[in-house]
Design a protein around this ligand. Sequence first.
Ligand code: SF4
Ligand code: SF4
Length: 302
Amino acid sequence: MNLNRRNLLKIAGAAGAGAALTGGALASATTRGAAKNAAGVLVDTTRCVGCRACEAACSEANGLAAPEKAGDDTVFAARRRTGPTSFTVVNKSAEKSPAGEERYAKTQCMHCVTPACASGCVVKALEKTALGPVVYHEDRCLGCRYCMIACPFGVPKYEYTKAAPLVRKCTFCAARQEKGLPPACTDACPSGALTFGKRADLLEEAKTRIYQNPTKYVHEIYGEDEAGGTSWLYISDVPSASLTLPQDIVKKSYPEMADGALSAVPFIVTLWPPLLMGLYTFSKRRDDVAGHENSPKGAGHE
Ligand code: SF4
Ligand code: SF4
């Protein structure tokens, strides 16, 4: 959606409701959605061989074009980011394992336990489901792109070049999960690097692997506490920083931190339209800059 006059009026109208909705949206995100049985994925990068079968499976499951340079390892020369047509990407670690092996990690939406993207959305276009995925309702989306600013991992991307653009990101194969199927990427992984299951169980599994191999693994479970916890959990024998997983994520959920601040801002009704315009400009610029940052040393997450 372009932020033309008609859409701004639509947004401004929604902003009136926004004051009422803001509390509701925050409540939704702070549903602290994650039921005990919510799904997750444990990524054990010591098992990942960088084959990118997960990328191909994701593209097929989501009706996207095949990944760039499929089967060509030169793709690892540059740091890659997810985009509107690539919901997951595999990157090579900047650091090799202590035994000198290359390490790789796929990145995608982390499907946070209490997602900041959903907390910021006044029309609940993003929603944490009880099964675990953070899903996107395109019919509700105003195109304000607040979710892109709110996500601490820089995940949601916008289809700027389309006439009717949408926010795009990993779906955690929510439709497959509803049918009792695992996400396509985890199904396709030939090396056992991606374990799908209940997040709570996977956390125990991650701790067990580290406990049983204390000299092998870095004593870190990335995603256990980042942003209040994420459905995707990572363990490795190299530091998470070298796997291009961002390091500046607070260990508390972002909606939890924002609740108090936003509830003290009743004038959001009048500020919302100009705020949205500002967010549009900022998120567009951030994407433009990210597009020029495809280097192995680039910071941030997909
Ligand atoms: S990683 Fe970002 S887009 Fe994904 S659920 Fe968390 S806040 Fe939302
Ligand atoms: S399919 Fe599995 S082994 Fe291959 S790149 Fe993806 S996570 Fe790694």
